[in-house]
Design a binder for this molecule. Structure first.
Ligand code: ATP
Ligand code: MG
Length: 194
């Protein structure tokens, strides 16, 4: 099987994440895309992040209707900071030996040199970098043939902006899926800056 892996904090998951996964699934003829919410996010420790269980549930809600999408708990259930190399190792143990395609936006791709064990990551998966408004999509040129760049429909949506909107009472409809909007309002997430 050809399996996409969409890692993220998903705090909260928004339509930009879903479009990226859907487009890569189509273009790379993936059988499925696994969304993997992070546990304790190592690069975001300067701010508090919504509880992993809430981020996980919102990811399930947002992806439930699409038969290509599933959600894995490997990062949520592993204690300590999340590293992509562990995500891929655990997914392989859970799902078996398949062709893995790790999907990342242009901003996250630009950070790749700060990832742990980049060589092992690139041995374990193809990396698909996708366009994201406001960020240049550049091939970091680490391992020829292991990284592909893909233009996807531009959605200028970020979780940071969704959180800021919720905090000031601005609308988030059409930025997040309806179930996610209901959930974050019900749970009173992002109501005050933390
Ligand atoms: P935050 O603002 O909190 O950093 P985010 O919107 O960047 O949130 P993340 O969970 O950090 O969301 O991102 C997960 C992955 O999805 C990253 O690879 C990121 O580059 C990608 N991504 C997020 N939003 C978009 C978007 N609008 N278009 C394309 N890729 C995106
Ligand atoms: Mg981000």
């Amino acid at each position: 099987m050809r399996i996409g892996v969409m890692g993220g904090t998903f705090d909260p998951i928004h339509l930009g994440h879903l479009v990226a996964a859907s487009e890569v699934a189509h273009r790379f003829e993936l059988d499925e895309v696994v969304f993997v919410p992070t546990g304790q996010p190592w690069q975001k420790s300067h701010r508090s992040v919504a509880p992993a269980e809430d981020r996980y549930l919102m990811t399930v809600i947002a992806t439930a209707a699409d038969p290509r999408f599933r959600v894995s708990r490997v990062d949520v259930d592993r204690p300590g900071p999340t590293y992509t190399v562990d995500t891929l190792r655990d997914l392989r143990a859970e799902l078996g030996d398949h062709d893995y395609y790790f999907i990342t936006g242009a901003d996250a791709l630009a950070d790749i040199l700060s990832w742990r064990d980049t060589d092992e990551v690139l041995r374990g998966a193809h990396l698909i970098g996708v366009t994201r408004p406001g960020h240049a999509l550049v091939d970091p040129g680490l391992v020829p043939g292991r990284i592909s760049l893909l233009e996807i429909p531009a959605l200028s949506i970020s979780s940071s902006d969704v959180r800021a909107r919720v905090e000031r009472g601005a609308p988030v409809s059409y930025l997040v899926s309806p179930g996610v909007e209901s959930y974050l309002l019900k749970r009173e997430l992002y109501r005050e800056s933390t």
